[in-house]
Design a protein around this ligand. Structure first.
Ligand code: UDP
Ligand code: MN
Length: 295
């Protein structure tokens, strides 16, 4: 099923397993116009979701890239915090993509949790490292993930888990509201506005953040494949979308609506400061030293 049925009452079936209470939060938007829930703290009972997914033996893949200087700078805290907070209680396989497999730190993982290291070529430009993830994830789903997991979540490495990021986030096609834009008028959304790019869009629903996306592997594969095709077409036409893979992701998710949307609690930036609607921090952006990382 692609989108959730529109709610008739207080509770909305989340499209997979659990129920979400749409009226538990009246200070924020909890449902999209196409009927997908937007998940905020207070809308769900974590133990109900966990129990249901344990009964179904749900397995989750997490993909993360640590190429070049990003490996030393971010990977270990990312993985250690994922052990503490990401899908705790469910079997998780981390797929770590790097140009330097020997440097992957050894880590004692929890029960049922494993880590696979996959070597990738190092692209010359950081923009290409970021964009080529779409191709690599597609290949990894075809090669390994589809045998091993029902769901896959794809993360940037420059972040750290600080609170539960649990089974309530699982869904057919899951996207994240960008913390900089969720409360802003649409005119501020930084979509690609160049008609020559495949990522061009002149209207949209939300501004999604490419630092986190996921869903059933079939749906994620559709997204990564389409974004990759868009990126390659742009290269043929000698254009590049404004925010690279994120621009293509936004275009795809406008055309193929996600079935579940995560609030910015699922990827918050401390630079924004305090906001009353952000009740928990589940994942935080790490400090970024762009000069040291990218030059
Ligand atoms: N990345 C990497 N090495 C690079 C550039 C990017 O490993 O040289 C990966 C890494 O996982 C990173 C993601 O691609 O988190 C996206 O890049 P970045 O976080 O720099 O983009 P931003 O969040 O600033 O848009
Ligand atoms: Mn990032």
């Amino acid at each position: 099923m692609d989108v959730c049925p529109l709610p008739y009452g207080r509770k909305l079936w989340d499209g997979t397993d659990g129920f979400l209470d749409l009226w538990a939060r009246t200070d924020v938007q909890t449902c999209t116009y196409w009927g997908a829930p937007i998940i905020w703290e207070g809308m769900f009972d974590p133990s109900v979701f966990d129990q249901l997914h344990k009964e179904k033996s749900t397995r989750v893949a997490l993909t993360v890239f640590a190429v070049g200087r990003y490996l030393d700078a971010y990977l270990l805290p990312f993985l250690m915090s994922a052990e503490q907070y990401f899908m705790v209680g469910l079997p998780v396989t981390y797929y770590v993509f790097t140009d330097y497999p020997e440097k992957i730190p050894s880590l004692k993982l929890g029960q049922g949790r494993t880590l696979e290291v996959i070597q990738v070529a190092r692209e010359n430009r950081w923009q290409d490292v970021s964009m080529m993830r779409m191709k690599t994830i597609t290949d990894a789903i075809d090669g390994h993930i589809h045998h091993q997991c029902e769901y896959v979540f794809c993360f940037d490495v420059d972040q750290i888990f600080t609170g539960r990021f649990g089974s309530e986030a699982l869904g057919d096609s899951v996207a994240l509201l960008h913390s900089f834009y969720y409360h802003r008028p649409k005119m501020f959304y930084t979509y690609d506005h160049n008609p020559k790019s495949e990522a061009y869009m002149d209207k949209g629903d939300f501004y999604y953040h490419a630092a986190v996306f996921g869903g059933r592997w079939q749906k994620v594969r559709n997204l990564t494949e389409a974004c990759y095709q868009g990126i390659m077409k742009d290269k043929e036409n000698e254009v590049e979308a404004l925010w690279h893979d994120e621009s293509h992701l936004n275009k795809y998710l406008f055309l193929h609506k996600p079935t579940k949307v995560l609030s910015p609690e699922y990827c918050w930036s401390m630079f924004i400061g305090h906001r009353n609607d952000i009740r928990v921090h589940r994942l935080l952006w790490a400090q970024k030293q762009y000069n040291a990382l990218r030059n």
